[in-house]
Ligand binder design. Structure first.
Ligand SMILES: [Zn+2]
Length: 455
């Protein structure tokens, strides 16, 4: 439904009502609309006010710090240094709600100092509350394939450095010329809700360094932990955080092992995970059963110019580390113009086994959204890989606020400006990028300050 002001209607506080941005004397423009939408539908002021840090008696509130970082993410400002002069500009001050008498809001050094002392849990809570509100507003009601909701998990390494490091850093030895050097990096497992277009970040979990593991009292620590260990924590937390509305975890070959499938099953998740090694079970058994048999099904997908051949093998019981049947699906994907097909194999468990083989393959391949849509955008367009500030708490706090900005942009485009997203076609990245450009243009036309609720 579209309201009189051209914006679609969405649930506000449990009631269907238009987001009446006209009531706010803020001038026209997408930035003003997005902030009005985020504040009315998602209670953005309250969400940001929930962010905490460990500074003593700070002059600049954590809510203002979080608001500045959110605007930094929404407008794709490339670094804190690039933000510094903007903070003194009158339109940026209006966007952040500064009174006309305030000459300088806050320095980027203060922002970095506050982020270093961030309470990461409070920034995560902000993201979670936003997603939960979207779920209550029935944004994800329809599910995706087979009315199920799919979560892609993958490791993400936003940056690496030979110089900057902290106790949260992971390390590896890298040969540079004739020299072996220590490289420092951070890596997270990120959970992204998959969808046709709208794909929101649900949560993330750091892969812990040896130092942090010792700090947390883990015994007999011999090194950094692996991605799977962090992923298992994340899967359990997704269930305890979000309850029962998430159905299937989608992952790469790292996740197609008995211990991970078991944890996912215990948490009530089905799994679709890539199978790569032909010598490993359950793929070995499935390949032996299929032999040289012709495909069981052939599908033509005109929208992607693809022909897909499918083989399906249900109820394999060949993994000693997983109790229960595992289905294996293989697809040969012939793309128009390609000389040979690409082959995909997946292990399928739990709720995901009720999907047709075709849908298993579609959902499994959609995992690459996380790299092609999420990760690629964050690095290429959002510059999340730029080291805004470094620290084991500063980085995740920054990313949680950036992910909230990323989610808000998508919710705004696809829930509130339905026609805007449709008119700009299938390329989600380009659609969001275009909106960000428009908002940057709007910033300088912001005539009245935004009255943020700081209570
Ligand atoms: Zn570090």
């Amino acid at each position: 439904m579209v309201g009189a002001n051209g914006l679609a209607r969405e649930d506000v506080g449990g009631e269907r009502a238009a987001v009446e941005i006209a009531a706010e004397p803020l001038g026209r423009g997408r930035l003003r609309q997005l902030l009005a939408y985020a504040r009315k539908v998602y209670g953005l002021d309250r969400l940001l006010s929930g962010c905490r840090d460990r500074r003593c008696d700070p002059q600049i509130s954590t809510a203002l710090v979080a608001r500045i970082i959110l605007i930094l993410g929404l407008l794709r400002i490339r670094s804190l240094n690039a933000l510094e002069p903007k903070l003194a500009e009158p339109w940026m001050q209006r966007a952040l709600g500064a009174s006309p008498r305030q000459r300088r809001l806050c320095s980027v050094d203060t922002l970095a100092y506050a982020l270093q002392r961030a309470d990461v849990g409070s920034t995560r809570d902000m993201l979670v509350r936003m997603v939960k509100k979207a779920e209550r507003n029935k944004v994800f009601r329809e599910g995706w394939y087979g009315a199920l909701r799919f979560v892609a998990l993958d490791g993400w390494e936003p940056f690496c450095s030979y110089h900057q490091h902290c106790s949260g850093c992971l390390t590896r030895e890298v040969t540079v010329g004739n020299e072996v050097r220590t490289q420092y990096y951070h890596r997270y497992v990120v959970a992204l809700l998959l969808g046709e277009k709208l794909e929101v970040v649900l949560d993330m979990e750091p892969i812990l360094s040896a130092d942090v593991r010792r700090e947390r009292g883990q015994a007999n620590v011999t090194g950094h932990e692996g991605e799977l260990t962090a992923a298992k924590r994340l899967v359990q937390r997704l269930r305890t955080t979000y309850g029962g509305w998430l159905d299937v975890v989608v992952g790469d070959a790292l996740y197609s092992n008995g211990p991970f499938l078991t944890i996912a099953k215990q948490c009530g998740f089905g799994v679709i995970a890539v199978l790569k090694k032909e010598a490993d079970e359950p793929l070995r058994e499935a390949l032996a059963i299929w032999g040289d048999d012709p495909p069981e099904q052939r599908i033509h997908d005109p929208s992607k110019h693809e022909d897909i051949e499918l083989w399906d093998c249900p109820d394999l019981d060949t993994l000693s580390s997983y109790r229960g049947p595992i289905r294996v699906v293989r697809a040969n994907v012939h793309k128009a113009g390609a000389s040979k097909p690409g082959t995909w194999c997946f292990a399928v468990t739990g709720k995901a086994t009720r999907l047709s083989a075709d849908r298993v393959v579609r959902a499994g391949r959609a995992r690459w959204h996380l790299e092609n849509t999420g990760f690629c955008q964050w690095v290429k367009y959002w510059r999340f890989s730029h080291v805004f500030t470094h620290g084991k708490d500063a980085l995740p706090a920054l990313f949680y606020i950036f992910f909230a900005a990323f989610n808000l942009l998508q919710l705004f485009v696809y829930r509130q400006l339905g026609g805007y997203g449709r008119d700009r076609g299938r390329d989600v990245t380009r659609t969001l990028w275009r909106l960000v450009d428009e908002m940057n243009g709007d910033l300088e036309r912001l005539e009245h300050r935004i009255l943020w609720d700081t209570s």
